[in-house]
Design a protein around this ligand. Sequence first.
Ligand SMILES: [Zn+2]
Length: 446
Amino acid sequence: MVAPEDGTRERAVAKLQALVRIPTVSHPDPAAVDTARFEELLDELARQFPLVHERLELTRIHTHGLLFRWPGTADTRPLVLMAHLDVVPVEGEWTHPPFSGAIVDGAIWGRGTLDDKGSLAAICEAVETLLERGHVPAQDVWLSFGCDEEVFGQAAPMAVEELRRRGVRPWMVIDEGGAVASEAFPGVGAPVGVVGVAEKGVTSFALRVEGPGGHASTPARNGPTARLARAITRLERSPMPARLPDPTVELFRRLAAHAPAALRPVMANAAKVRPLLTRAILAAGPEPAAMARTTFAVTTLSASPAINVLAATATAGVNARVAIGDSVAGVLDHVRRAVRDEQVHIDLLEAGEPTPVSPTDDAAFALIERTITDLFPDAVPAPYVVMAATDARHFTAICERVYRFAPFRMTKAQRQSIHTVDEHLGVEAFLDGIDWYRLLIERLPA
Ligand SMILES: [Zn+2]
């Protein structure tokens, strides 16, 4: 599957560089978005991928979202490949300018190379080259590119609505999330092709206490700030019950053979020793612990506007990540019980349930797995639960098999560069990613 040495490789890399140079930064306030940049990106895509634009049916979604349909021989098991056009803003000191797309040390540098223009360019290049060869996919292939993923925007839900309206029930959806991750687990030398099969839910609420306010010279006991502080400490002391979800157990089981000898038996029997393993994960630090339970982070605090005035209202914003198996209602119940103070009101601001878990024992997952193994022979494919939120979650409304996987080799440093400084994607990794999407499309079942 090595691309021929006829300039195709250089051409593909130059396309990603050009896309990175257009700073399509999204913003929660639509008025603050530089829409000219998004128009520019769409024009650039049309120039770079003429066959995609000529042969596929295009529906514009929301402001700048794109939904392409590539008609296949059949439409009984449609595939949806996803990416997003927008990037997060740039801050901090970068080694190479963030919108340069510079190639240094065998990598393409810049905001969006990993999140998510690498996937965007790789999907388009895979389809473009298949069109050049006259390939007709065995099934309809849809390309869904959102324009506001980073601000939890409307493009993805609107694409889902459009598919629903047209009666399309995707057989499989693939979006960003996982990767071919090296240094993913302590003691595991092999890279792990982590495929996200579910996402925790993002739920926000405020704890609010009201009081009469007044002058700070005559404070009453147990005023709003004291009650709020007590509520926060009580919540902190009463975490939700922990339990490793099935995909995480399966992840451990698959990694067992590659783990240090002492850990192998426990990991191989992860399902049987789930409580033991759960305790070990909880003790291993905040990152692993987040895999095992719903988490609460108290983020914003507000009370009196002046130092000599008693607070009439004290509030704490809490961001919860709801684990697979828990629910928003269950979380709110838990908070009420943990706080045990009727004067502490709980205002739900945003309710996000965890997604359903996509299967790992059927033909769709097997196709992803086999394509990972063929292109990344050293990697162990495995399911996992995504801690962040992706646009893919909206597609669970119309599809049972939603997977989050970007087919790129990424080091730990690269994964940590997402949303911060020095984001970069290896040139070879990018080219392998194109091959991955191409092979996947070629292998679609009749
Ligand atoms: Zn992203």
